[in-house]
Design a protein around this ligand. Structure first.
Ligand SMILES: [Zn+2]
Length: 447
């Protein structure tokens, strides 16, 4: 078998194993059970000389670490990090069994194929090949298969960076997601995730006065008040902010000049996205230029003939980098206006966003390596509204990127639908490209 074919087969088979392990994380402490995939990856490393360590922040919530020690303690070090858990599925929406890991015409189907077992697997393949080849880098290379990303990292990256930082310490981190090629007139652009919005979850507790449902006139019904609270929060529109990452991303898309100008002007962007097609770009442009508020869950009421005195509305707030949790609360009060005094704001999660420069020695090495594999390609910065484990490292000042290297077999417009959606899949050429890229990058940057 040719070397390329071996790489592709290795990555495909390891990915299929990880999909079949079905480490489904529904947010409860006993779900996930990532130990299964830690076992599989450790077994895959057998015979390569790599020795594994295990860290666990709960029964079965195992993260696996292996390392190739560097020879020069002053040389920069790199951590490759992939999560092993996946989100639950609604199998009825899938065209294929989400945990069978079928390969159909060069495409692997299954939960986690895109988010992010493909990267976890290809990083492991590169790690094993480097170890077997006797690679002796100047700076240390660490591989981390981490648990619990999908529920915020309590049993994974949050725990490791807080309690076991020496085990995961590195000068640079790469994890999900990026590297899905965007074709433009001047060539292929490869986005690198360099910034994340801050995840802020708020519970708005609306108060009222209980009473009999048979006589609603002039009562103080918390549900009726809550409906106005939901309306105000949904319509609330804080002023746009244009961050450098967004400006550069839009410039690289090579859109019509008038559209590019509007999407990067804080006074015009909201009008520009109002009727913009495709809808995916409109949503992205809005999210990358605004702190957003989405009221998603309502709890309350007890019985059909009782006027409710308490309704809780859960709002998913995504704050632009630079917007603090306190700023988020101030925005919510502004949105509520004269109803603010009737609402208690609880904050189950308040996190700041995070940013990393794309002008670092590692990013320059990524650019050189990807240009060799995809001639004419160019790395561009990207911001995401979703949270990844990169934030725990960025908060500690460690430059952290989301990247991989994808083929153009699956169009970039398909990817947003597959993350946490139905019919997740990845083509095996992408697995080969990514594995080759990780190996070349480690040799280029650490060698
Ligand atoms: Zn993920």
């Amino acid at each position: 078998m040719s070397d390329d074919k071996t790489l592709e087969t290795d990555a495909t088979e390891l990915l299929r194993t990880l999909i079949r392990n079905a480490c489904v994380n529904d947010g409860t402490p006993t779900s996930g059970q990532e130990e299964r995939s830690a076992d599989a990856i450790e077994a895959y490393f057998a015979g390569s000389g790599l020795r594994c360590e295990r860290y666990s922040a709960g029964a079965g919530r195992v993260s696996l670490i292996t390392r190739i020690e560097g020879s020069d303690p002053k040389a920069p070090t790199l951590l490759l990090m992939g999560h092993t858990d996946v989100v639950p599925v609604n199998a009825s929406g899938w065209e294929r069994d989400p945990f069978a890991a079928e390969v159909v015409d060069g495409v692997v189907w299954g939960r986690g194929a895109t988010d992010m077992l493909n990267i976890t697997a290809t990083m492991a393949v590169a790690m094993r090949r480097l170890a077997k080849s006797g690679f002796r880098p100047r700076g240390s290379l660490t591989y981390l298969a981490v648990a619990d990303e999908e529920a915020g990292g309590t049993h994974g990256a949050s725990y490791l960076t807080r309690e076991q930082f020496d085990a995961v310490r590195a000068d640079y981190v790469i994890t999900e997601s990026g590297g899905v090629p965007i074709p433009t007139r001047s060539g292929v652009k490869l986005p690198v995730t360099v910034a994340e919005k801050g995840v802020n979850w708020r519970r708005l507790v609306v108060k009222g006065t209980p009473g009999h449902g048979s006589m609603p006139f002039r009562t103080d019904n918390a549900l009726v008040t809550a409906s106005e609270v939901v309306r105000r929060v949904a319509l609330y529109q804080p002023k746009a902010t244009i961050l450098e990452e967004w400006r550069r991303y839009v410039e690289e898309l090579e859109l019509a000049p008038e559209l590019q100008a509007a999407l990067t002007d804080p006074d015009r962007v909201l009008d520009a996205v109002a009727h913009l097609e495709p809808l995916g770009l409109a949503r992205l442009a809005h999210a990358c230029t605004h702190t957003t508020f989405s009221p998603n869950v309502v709890h309350g009421g007890s019985k059909i003939n009782v006027i409710p005195d308490r309704i809780a509305v859960d709002v998913d707030v995504r704050a632009l980098p630079g917007v603090t949790p306190l700023d988020v609360d101030a925005m919510l009060k502004e949105a509520l206006g004269d109803l603010a005094s009737r609402v208690d704001i609880e904050a189950p999660r308040g996190q700041e966003g995070s940013r990393t420069s794309l002008d670092t020695p590692l990013a320059h090495a990524m650019a050189r390596v990807t240009q060799a594999l995809v001639p004419g390609s160019k790395l561009i910065p990207r911001m995401t509204g979703g949270g990844t484990d990169a934030r725990y490292f960025r908060w500690k000042g460690v430059p952290s990127y989301g990247f991989a290297l994808h083929s153009q077999r699956i169009p970039y417009t398909e990817y947003p639908l597959m993350f946490h959606g139905n019919n997740e899949r990845i083509d095996t050429e992408t697995l080969r490209l990514s594995a080759a890229m990780w190996e070349a990058l480690c040799r280029e940057f650490l060698g």
